[in-house]
Design a protein around this ligand. Structure first.
Ligand SMILES: [Zn+2]
Ligand SMILES: [Zn+2]
Length: 341
Protein backbone atom coordinates (compact mmCIF):
# COMPACT_ATOMS: atom_id res chain seq x y z
CA UNK A 1 0.00 0.00 0.00
CA UNK A 2 0.98 3.64 -0.32
CA UNK A 3 1.51 5.72 2.81
CA UNK A 4 2.99 9.09 3.68
CA UNK A 5 6.04 9.64 5.80
CA UNK A 6 7.56 12.78 7.30
CA UNK A 7 11.29 12.58 6.51
CA UNK A 8 12.48 16.00 7.62
CA UNK A 9 11.42 19.55 8.38
CA UNK A 10 8.46 20.24 6.05
CA UNK A 11 9.36 17.16 3.99
CA UNK A 12 6.72 14.56 3.20
CA UNK A 13 7.17 11.60 0.87
CA UNK A 14 4.96 8.82 -0.46
CA UNK A 15 6.32 5.33 0.03
CA UNK A 16 5.28 1.70 -0.43
CA UNK A 17 4.53 -0.42 2.63
CA UNK A 18 3.30 -3.99 2.97
CA UNK A 19 -0.50 -4.18 3.28
CA UNK A 20 -1.29 -4.56 6.99
CA UNK A 21 -3.04 -7.60 8.45
CA UNK A 22 -5.26 -7.42 11.52
CA UNK A 23 -4.25 -9.04 14.80
CA UNK A 24 -6.74 -10.40 17.35
CA UNK A 25 -9.41 -7.81 18.14
CA UNK A 26 -8.38 -5.64 15.21
CA UNK A 27 -9.78 -4.84 11.78
CA UNK A 28 -8.37 -3.23 8.65
CA UNK A 29 -9.91 -0.01 7.37
CA UNK A 30 -9.70 0.74 3.64
CA UNK A 31 -9.28 4.50 3.72
CA UNK A 32 -11.81 6.49 1.69
CA UNK A 33 -11.07 9.94 3.11
CA UNK A 34 -8.62 11.36 5.65
CA UNK A 35 -7.95 14.88 6.86
CA UNK A 36 -4.91 16.96 7.70
CA UNK A 37 -5.32 18.50 11.14
CA UNK A 38 -3.64 21.50 12.75
CA UNK A 39 -1.96 19.09 15.14
CA UNK A 40 -0.35 17.25 12.17
CA UNK A 41 1.47 20.45 11.35
CA UNK A 42 3.53 20.43 14.58
CA UNK A 43 5.53 17.27 13.63
CA UNK A 44 5.58 18.52 10.01
CA UNK A 45 7.32 21.75 11.05
CA UNK A 46 9.49 20.28 13.79
CA UNK A 47 9.65 16.50 13.40
CA UNK A 48 10.64 14.89 16.70
CA UNK A 49 13.20 12.04 16.68
CA UNK A 50 10.55 9.34 17.12
CA UNK A 51 8.81 10.52 13.93
CA UNK A 52 12.02 10.60 11.88
CA UNK A 53 13.47 7.36 13.19
CA UNK A 54 10.40 5.40 14.25
CA UNK A 55 8.66 5.01 10.90
CA UNK A 56 5.41 6.76 11.81
CA UNK A 57 2.48 6.89 9.38
CA UNK A 58 0.93 10.32 10.08
CA UNK A 59 -2.77 11.21 10.11
CA UNK A 60 -5.49 10.72 12.71
CA UNK A 61 -8.69 11.57 10.84
CA UNK A 62 -9.61 8.23 9.24
CA UNK A 63 -12.86 7.48 7.46
CA UNK A 64 -13.36 4.31 5.46
CA UNK A 65 -14.68 0.82 5.12
CA UNK A 66 -13.79 -2.40 6.95
CA UNK A 67 -12.08 -4.86 4.59
CA UNK A 68 -10.58 -7.46 6.96
CA UNK A 69 -11.44 -8.82 10.39
CA UNK A 70 -8.92 -10.19 12.90
CA UNK A 71 -9.45 -13.17 15.16
CA UNK A 72 -12.21 -12.86 17.73
CA UNK A 73 -13.79 -9.73 16.25
CA UNK A 74 -17.52 -9.52 16.93
CA UNK A 75 -20.01 -6.74 16.28
CA UNK A 76 -18.28 -5.50 13.14
CA UNK A 77 -18.49 -6.81 9.56
CA UNK A 78 -16.70 -6.45 6.27
CA UNK A 79 -18.16 -3.44 4.46
CA UNK A 80 -19.10 -1.49 7.60
CA UNK A 81 -18.55 2.25 7.20
CA UNK A 82 -16.41 3.52 10.07
CA UNK A 83 -14.68 6.50 11.59
CA UNK A 84 -11.75 5.90 13.93
CA UNK A 85 -11.54 7.53 17.37
CA UNK A 86 -7.84 8.27 17.22
CA UNK A 87 -7.09 8.72 20.93
CA UNK A 88 -6.15 5.30 22.29
CA UNK A 89 -7.30 4.85 25.85
CA UNK A 90 -7.20 2.24 28.63
CA UNK A 91 -10.90 1.40 28.86
CA UNK A 92 -10.54 0.89 32.60
CA UNK A 93 -10.00 4.22 34.36
CA UNK A 94 -12.88 6.22 35.86
CA UNK A 95 -13.04 8.49 32.79
CA UNK A 96 -13.11 5.65 30.28
CA UNK A 97 -15.78 3.92 32.35
CA UNK A 98 -17.99 7.01 32.61
CA UNK A 99 -18.03 8.08 28.97
CA UNK A 100 -15.16 10.57 29.10
CA UNK A 101 -12.38 8.61 27.50
CA UNK A 102 -11.08 11.80 25.88
CA UNK A 103 -9.52 12.53 29.29
CA UNK A 104 -8.36 8.96 30.00
CA UNK A 105 -5.52 9.03 32.55
CA UNK A 106 -3.69 6.06 31.00
CA UNK A 107 -3.55 7.14 27.38
CA UNK A 108 -1.47 5.19 24.91
CA UNK A 109 0.05 6.77 21.82
CA UNK A 110 -2.66 8.07 19.50
CA UNK A 111 -3.14 6.76 15.96
CA UNK A 112 -0.88 8.65 13.59
CA UNK A 113 1.51 9.78 16.29
CA UNK A 114 3.73 6.74 16.95
CA UNK A 115 5.27 3.77 15.17
CA UNK A 116 3.07 1.34 17.11
CA UNK A 117 -0.12 3.20 16.07
CA UNK A 118 0.02 3.91 12.32
CA UNK A 119 -2.26 6.65 11.06
CA UNK A 120 -4.67 7.50 8.27
CA UNK A 121 -2.37 8.93 5.59
CA UNK A 122 -2.27 5.46 4.05
CA UNK A 123 -4.49 3.25 1.94
CA UNK A 124 -5.06 0.81 4.79
CA UNK A 125 -4.94 1.11 8.55
CA UNK A 126 -5.13 -1.51 11.30
CA UNK A 127 -7.47 -0.45 14.11
CA UNK A 128 -8.54 -1.97 17.44
CA UNK A 129 -12.32 -2.46 17.45
CA UNK A 130 -12.64 -0.37 20.62
CA UNK A 131 -11.61 2.64 18.52
CA UNK A 132 -14.32 2.25 15.86
CA UNK A 133 -17.42 4.40 15.49
CA UNK A 134 -20.21 3.78 12.97
CA UNK A 135 -20.46 6.31 10.14
CA UNK A 136 -24.19 6.62 9.32
CA UNK A 137 -25.14 5.87 5.70
CA UNK A 138 -26.40 9.39 5.04
CA UNK A 139 -23.02 10.96 5.85
CA UNK A 140 -20.22 10.84 3.29
CA UNK A 141 -16.68 9.58 3.85
CA UNK A 142 -15.33 13.16 3.73
CA UNK A 143 -17.94 14.00 6.40
CA UNK A 144 -16.50 11.10 8.39
CA UNK A 145 -12.95 12.45 8.13
CA UNK A 146 -14.15 15.86 9.29
CA UNK A 147 -16.13 14.29 12.15
CA UNK A 148 -13.23 12.05 13.24
CA UNK A 149 -11.39 14.86 14.96
CA UNK A 150 -12.22 18.46 14.21
CA UNK A 151 -16.02 18.52 14.08
CA UNK A 152 -16.25 16.80 17.46
CA UNK A 153 -13.53 19.04 18.85
CA UNK A 154 -15.57 22.07 17.76
CA UNK A 155 -18.94 20.69 18.92
CA UNK A 156 -18.05 19.51 22.44
CA UNK A 157 -16.92 22.89 23.86
CA UNK A 158 -20.01 24.55 22.34
CA UNK A 159 -22.17 22.04 24.22
CA UNK A 160 -20.27 22.82 27.43
CA UNK A 161 -20.68 26.55 26.77
CA UNK A 162 -24.41 25.99 26.23
CA UNK A 163 -24.42 28.18 23.12
CA UNK A 164 -27.94 29.38 22.28
CA UNK A 165 -29.92 32.10 20.54
CA UNK A 166 -29.27 34.69 23.26
CA UNK A 167 -25.51 34.52 22.79
CA UNK A 168 -22.86 36.43 20.96
CA UNK A 169 -20.06 33.89 20.56
CA UNK A 170 -16.55 35.04 19.65
CA UNK A 171 -14.72 32.41 17.60
CA UNK A 172 -11.02 33.13 17.95
CA UNK A 173 -9.16 31.60 14.98
CA UNK A 174 -10.96 30.59 11.77
CA UNK A 175 -8.97 27.55 10.71
CA UNK A 176 -11.02 24.39 10.09
CA UNK A 177 -11.80 24.11 13.82
CA UNK A 178 -13.03 27.70 14.06
CA UNK A 179 -15.00 27.32 10.82
CA UNK A 180 -16.73 24.20 12.16
CA UNK A 181 -17.44 26.02 15.44
CA UNK A 182 -18.99 28.82 13.34
CA UNK A 183 -21.19 26.33 11.46
CA UNK A 184 -22.36 24.54 14.62
CA UNK A 185 -22.82 27.64 16.81
CA UNK A 186 -24.89 29.34 14.10
CA UNK A 187 -27.14 26.26 13.93
CA UNK A 188 -27.44 26.37 17.75
CA UNK A 189 -28.80 29.91 17.36
CA UNK A 190 -25.74 31.92 18.42
CA UNK A 191 -24.52 35.02 16.63
CA UNK A 192 -20.89 34.40 15.71
CA UNK A 193 -18.12 36.98 15.58
CA UNK A 194 -15.15 35.28 13.91
CA UNK A 195 -11.58 36.52 14.33
CA UNK A 196 -8.68 35.69 11.99
CA UNK A 197 -5.97 37.57 10.09
CA UNK A 198 -6.66 35.64 6.85
CA UNK A 199 -9.18 37.40 4.54
CA UNK A 200 -9.97 34.07 2.86
CA UNK A 201 -10.85 32.43 6.15
CA UNK A 202 -12.96 35.40 7.26
CA UNK A 203 -14.89 35.24 4.01
CA UNK A 204 -15.47 31.52 4.44
CA UNK A 205 -16.70 32.10 8.02
CA UNK A 206 -19.20 34.67 6.76
CA UNK A 207 -20.51 32.18 4.23
CA UNK A 208 -20.92 29.63 7.04
CA UNK A 209 -23.01 32.01 9.13
CA UNK A 210 -20.73 34.40 11.03
CA UNK A 211 -22.60 37.70 11.48
CA UNK A 212 -19.34 39.59 11.82
CA UNK A 213 -15.66 38.91 11.21
CA UNK A 214 -12.72 40.81 12.65
CA UNK A 215 -9.14 41.24 11.47
CA UNK A 216 -6.68 41.40 14.40
CA UNK A 217 -4.28 43.33 12.14
CA UNK A 218 -6.85 46.16 11.86
CA UNK A 219 -6.66 47.13 15.55
CA UNK A 220 -7.73 45.75 18.94
CA UNK A 221 -10.36 43.08 18.27
CA UNK A 222 -12.33 43.88 21.43
CA UNK A 223 -12.91 47.46 20.20
CA UNK A 224 -13.94 46.17 16.77
CA UNK A 225 -16.37 43.74 18.38
CA UNK A 226 -17.92 46.47 20.54
CA UNK A 227 -18.66 48.62 17.49
CA UNK A 228 -21.28 46.01 16.67
CA UNK A 229 -22.01 44.38 20.02
CA UNK A 230 -21.36 47.13 22.61
CA UNK A 231 -21.47 44.78 25.62
CA UNK A 232 -18.96 42.32 24.17
CA UNK A 233 -19.29 38.56 23.74
CA UNK A 234 -21.18 36.28 26.11
CA UNK A 235 -19.04 33.29 25.24
CA UNK A 236 -15.85 32.54 23.38
CA UNK A 237 -14.02 29.60 21.86
CA UNK A 238 -10.25 29.97 21.35
CA UNK A 239 -8.97 27.72 18.57
CA UNK A 240 -5.78 29.43 17.39
CA UNK A 241 -3.42 28.68 20.27
CA UNK A 242 -1.76 32.07 19.72
CA UNK A 243 -0.65 34.13 22.73
CA UNK A 244 -2.09 37.37 21.33
CA UNK A 245 -5.47 35.71 20.87
CA UNK A 246 -5.40 34.40 24.43
CA UNK A 247 -4.53 37.87 25.80
CA UNK A 248 -7.59 39.35 24.07
CA UNK A 249 -10.10 36.97 25.71
CA UNK A 250 -10.71 39.12 28.80
CA UNK A 251 -11.47 42.19 26.68
CA UNK A 252 -13.70 40.39 24.18
CA UNK A 253 -15.93 38.85 26.84
CA UNK A 254 -18.56 40.55 28.95
CA UNK A 255 -18.05 40.33 32.70
CA UNK A 256 -19.00 36.81 33.86
CA UNK A 257 -18.39 35.48 30.35
CA UNK A 258 -17.24 31.94 29.60
CA UNK A 259 -14.39 30.83 27.36
CA UNK A 260 -13.42 27.38 26.07
CA UNK A 261 -9.73 26.94 25.28
CA UNK A 262 -9.19 24.41 22.50
CA UNK A 263 -6.18 25.63 20.51
CA UNK A 264 -2.73 24.40 21.42
CA UNK A 265 0.44 26.11 20.34
CA UNK A 266 2.14 28.28 22.94
CA UNK A 267 3.64 26.46 25.92
CA UNK A 268 2.04 28.80 28.44
CA UNK A 269 -1.42 30.31 28.51
CA UNK A 270 -1.29 34.10 28.19
CA UNK A 271 -4.06 36.22 29.69
CA UNK A 272 -3.92 39.25 31.99
CA UNK A 273 -4.86 38.05 35.46
CA UNK A 274 -6.68 41.30 36.27
CA UNK A 275 -9.17 40.70 33.44
CA UNK A 276 -9.78 37.15 34.57
CA UNK A 277 -10.41 38.10 38.21
CA UNK A 278 -12.11 41.48 37.97
CA UNK A 279 -14.50 40.36 35.24
CA UNK A 280 -15.15 36.98 36.86
CA UNK A 281 -14.35 35.17 33.64
CA UNK A 282 -14.75 31.38 33.56
CA UNK A 283 -12.16 29.53 31.47
CA UNK A 284 -12.01 25.82 30.72
CA UNK A 285 -9.97 23.54 28.48
CA UNK A 286 -11.54 21.06 26.06
CA UNK A 287 -9.64 18.11 24.59
CA UNK A 288 -11.18 16.55 21.50
CA UNK A 289 -14.56 15.04 22.48
CA UNK A 290 -15.94 11.99 24.26
CA UNK A 291 -16.76 9.28 21.72
CA UNK A 292 -20.13 8.81 23.46
CA UNK A 293 -21.11 12.13 21.86
CA UNK A 294 -20.49 10.91 18.30
CA UNK A 295 -24.06 9.73 17.53
CA UNK A 296 -25.45 13.06 18.81
CA UNK A 297 -23.06 15.02 16.61
CA UNK A 298 -24.10 12.97 13.56
CA UNK A 299 -27.75 13.60 14.44
CA UNK A 300 -27.16 17.33 14.84
CA UNK A 301 -25.49 17.49 11.42
CA UNK A 302 -28.47 15.66 9.90
CA UNK A 303 -31.21 17.58 11.75
CA UNK A 304 -29.75 20.93 10.74
CA UNK A 305 -28.80 19.75 7.26
CA UNK A 306 -25.25 21.02 7.81
CA UNK A 307 -22.81 20.74 4.95
CA UNK A 308 -19.66 19.78 6.81
CA UNK A 309 -17.69 19.67 3.58
CA UNK A 310 -18.32 23.39 3.10
CA UNK A 311 -15.23 23.89 5.30
CA UNK A 312 -13.10 21.90 2.81
CA UNK A 313 -10.97 24.00 0.49
CA UNK A 314 -8.61 21.38 -0.99
CA UNK A 315 -8.80 17.66 -1.77
CA UNK A 316 -5.72 15.73 -2.89
CA UNK A 317 -4.84 12.16 -3.75
CA UNK A 318 -2.23 10.69 -1.40
CA UNK A 319 0.42 10.99 -4.15
CA UNK A 320 0.27 14.75 -3.70
CA UNK A 321 0.88 14.52 0.04
CA UNK A 322 3.77 17.01 0.01
CA UNK A 323 1.61 19.64 -1.68
CA UNK A 324 -1.33 18.92 0.62
CA UNK A 325 0.77 19.52 3.74
CA UNK A 326 2.21 22.71 2.25
CA UNK A 327 -1.28 24.08 1.55
CA UNK A 328 -2.54 23.06 5.02
CA UNK A 329 0.36 24.92 6.59
CA UNK A 330 -0.26 28.10 4.61
CA UNK A 331 -3.21 28.91 6.96
CA UNK A 332 -5.16 30.60 4.19
CA UNK A 333 -7.73 28.06 3.19
CA UNK A 334 -10.11 25.70 4.93
CA UNK A 335 -9.79 22.00 5.56
CA UNK A 336 -7.45 19.84 3.48
CA UNK A 337 -8.55 16.26 2.78
CA UNK A 338 -7.04 13.24 1.11
CA UNK A 339 -9.14 11.14 -1.20
CA UNK A 340 -8.33 7.54 -2.19
CA UNK A 341 -9.35 6.23 -5.58
ZN1 LIG B 1 -7.11 16.30 14.36
ZN1 LIG C 1 -8.81 5.29 30.63
Amino acid sequence: MRALRIVGERKVIVRELADPTPGPGEIVVWMRSAGICGSDLHPYRHPPAHVLEGDVVPGHEPSGEIVALGEGVTGWSIGDRVVVYFRRTCGECLYCQTGHRNVCVNRRSSYGHAADAPGSDAEYMVVEIGSLMHLPDDLSYPDGAILACQAGTAYWPLVRLGVNGRDVLAVSGLGPLGLLATLFATAMGGRVAGIDPSPGRRELAERLGATLTLDPAAGPVAEQLRDRYPDGADKLIETSGAGAAQSAIGDLLKPRGHAAIVGLGAEQFAMPLGRLVHREITLFGASIYPDTLFPEICRFVRDHDLKLDSVVSHVYPLERGAEAFKVAESANGGKVLFTFE
